[in-house]
Design a protein around this ligand. Sequence first.
Ligand code: SF4
Length: 112
Amino acid sequence: MLRFVESALLPFQRVMSVAPAVWNSMEWRQHAACTDVDVNLFFPIGVTGPAVEQIAKAKAVCRGCSARECCLEFALVTHQDYGVWGGATEDERRIMRRQRRAAARAAKLLAG
Ligand code: SF4
């Protein structure tokens, strides 16, 4: 399961290059594809049963969103604990944050 989730995260790895000045501005919100979508779609209750389809629908909206990278970066940096942001669920973002921390620790060790 974890391996599946991690492989599903590969498309998000380029998000690591989004600069703070970009994700931290309000401008990306103007390009959000979810502006006219019921916000509840992005906040499923749980991750099983009906929530599975709801998450898939939310991710489908995110796939067509030009603000996706900034949205995901915002959610990662500001520790949004719930919902689908930037096409990623809270569990997927938790894995991403863990990967970033591990990469930062490795970089620090390599730097001496
Ligand atoms: S990536 Fe998804 S949640 Fe984020 S702004 Fe776009 S549609 Fe909305």
